[in-house]
Design a protein around this ligand. Structure first.
Ligand code: BG6
Length: 483
């Protein structure tokens, strides 16, 4: 059973936006339906739209929840728990009205003053929202106050530091929940269990036994309707600094002293700080051109709506990096991510070192391969351990086969990351959220790359492939599951 949340008001800034309707409202409904918020959770949607009101917001939420839920139960939840308040950007009087509205809801529903402020806002709106919350005293209350900040967390090291400083003016670190939704995915959390509950892997998890680690996050989707944001961000900011770096930290970190937020975050920070500065020759940038996905022709990045014709924004990045500590010295880590790649695939491949001598060379021509462990985080969640077996009969042949575990086979459908993360916000568990020092350690690593990005070649790759050839050559091969 999930832990039960204390009663609270859950304020969503950007309450009518894409994230709220696609992820947050459905997650809040599921937590309600599971009884997690049975002691009371009043949701207050906040947005600029003055034409929206409680009734329309409830209709929006019902529509957002779609067909997968009991419509009567959804309507009852919407009627009893959802409210709306218009707030213009950085308008003090609007924030005063918001404060009055929250207090009125707390009185009406007899809530103890616990508040969540979920900033589902575009990055340019973060600062004003935090300042205004502070200015009208909304950061203090009779109960607890938590603020949830969506990615991207800054654009570079300086802006991430400034945002951390601003948040720390108004909140303590234990009140701040920086979201990276990858940490809410079951398969990502399973990395911790996989590594630290199974002693047999932990004893092999080091430079003595591992030759290289490859982390791939491939998407078949293109930039979709987000060119306004994406063209200014690019894959390095959008994916590498956050999601891929979190995966890297979980694979590389030392054993935490306990399964607790502070202990886990401390080890992740140490791992990130041990990464050596990345050399220009260890990065490949790419941008997708026209191609074919699932048999359908798709346009190139520069032909997408709202992308400037000559855009030099990368939609693909491959990086080779090294972690300078006792566990990993000399083991290359390859990160690779891109849009419009052959298919959606997130995987981590751990290649083990080969046996020192290939004694079968005299009896067969099969090549000398290393064992490997393939952790597939999406879409076919599970893992495979590849090893060699003798093919029955003559002549003597060796065949590579996987031992396979499938999440779907063992457990069925996995919960949505946002449901897990909102549950943790409501119950005050920061384990799956990113600490200020993690954001800064990650930006410290990638900011030098961002600064010289314009001077580096941008390789075109056809949509529907695994990225530019330059990266294949650089990382060794295409993603394992693709072969
Ligand atoms: C988001 C990025 O954080 O993650 C998107 O901004 C990307 O560009 C998305 O598409 C990928 O998430 P998922 O869960 O579909 O792998």
């Amino acid at each position: 059973m999930p832990a039960t949340a204390e009663p609270c008001v859950f304020v969503i800034f950007g309450g009518t936006g894409d994230l709220a309707t696609r992820k947050l409202l459905p997650a809040l409904y599921e937590l309600h339906a599971q009884g997690v918020t049975a002691s009371g959770c009043i949701v207050l949607g906040v947005a600029r739209d003055p034409g929206m009101d409680d009734v329309r917001f409830r209709a929006l939420a019902r529509e957002a929840l779609g067909d997968g839920h009991d419509p009567d139960a959804v309507a009852r939840w919407a009627e009893s728990s959802l409210h709306y308040q218009p707030v213009g950007e950085a308008k003090r009087e609007d924030y005063e009205s918001l404060c009055a509205r929250i207090e009125a809801l707390e009185r009406e529903h007899e809530l103890p003053g616990n508040r969540v402020f979920y900033l589902a806002l575009p990055p340019r709106a973060f600062d004003d929202a935090v300042r205004c919350l502070g200015a009208v005293g909304l950061t203090r209350s009779a109960g607890w106050t938590r603020v949830v900040v969506e990615k991207p967390f800054g654009r570079d090291l300086a802006s991430a530091r400034a945002l951390n400083d601003l948040l720390h003016e108004h909140f303590r670190e234990r009140q701040i929940y920086r979201i990276d939704h990858y940490l809410g995915k079951e398969t990502v959390q399973n990395l911790l269990v996989f590594r630290f509950a199974n002693a047999m892997f932990e004893t092999l998890w080091n430079r003595e036994h591992i030759e290289s680690v490859e982390i791939t996050v491939a998407e078949s989707l293109g930039v979709e309707e987000r060119a306004g944001y994406y063209d200014k961000a690019g894959a390095l900011r959008d994916m590498v600094q956050s999601h891929l770096t979190q995966l890297l930290a979980l694979v590389a970190m030392e054993v935490p002293v306990a399964f607790e937020a502070d202990a886990i975050r401390a080890e992740k920070i140490k791992a990130l700080r041990s990464i050596a500065p990345i050399r220009p020759t260890d990065v490949v940038f790419g941008q997708y051109g026209r191609g074919t996905i699932d048999g359908t022709p798709v346009p190139g990045y520069r032909e997408e709506d709202d992308v400037p014709a000559g855009s030099a924004t990368e939609t693909f990045v491959a990086i080779r990096l090294e972690i300078e500590n006792w566990r990993w010295q000399g083991v290359p880590f390859f990160l690779r991510t891109g849009k419009r790649m052959a298919r959606r695939l997130t995987e981590i491949e751990v290649k083990f070192r080969r046996a020192p001598v290939w004694m079968f060379r005299t009896v067969c021509e099969d090549v000398f391969r290393s064992n490997s462990l393939l952790l597939t985080l999406q879409p076919d969640e599970g893992f495979s351990l590849f090893f060699d077996v003798k093919r029955p009969g003559e002549p003597f042949h060796i065949k590579r086969l996987p031992l396979h575990f499938s999440y779907a086979g063992a457990f069925g459908k996995l919960p949505e990351a946002y449901r897990t993360l909102i549950h943790d916000v409501l119950t005050g568990n920061q384990t799956l959220f990113v600490h200020a020092d993690e954001t800064e350690a990650a930006w410290a690593l990638y900011t030098p790359l961002l600064e010289r990005r314009g001077a580096e070649p941008l390789h075109e790759y056809a949509a529907g492939t695994w990225g530019p050839e330059e990266a294949d050559h650089f990382t060794g091969e295409t993603p394992r599951a693709a072969t």
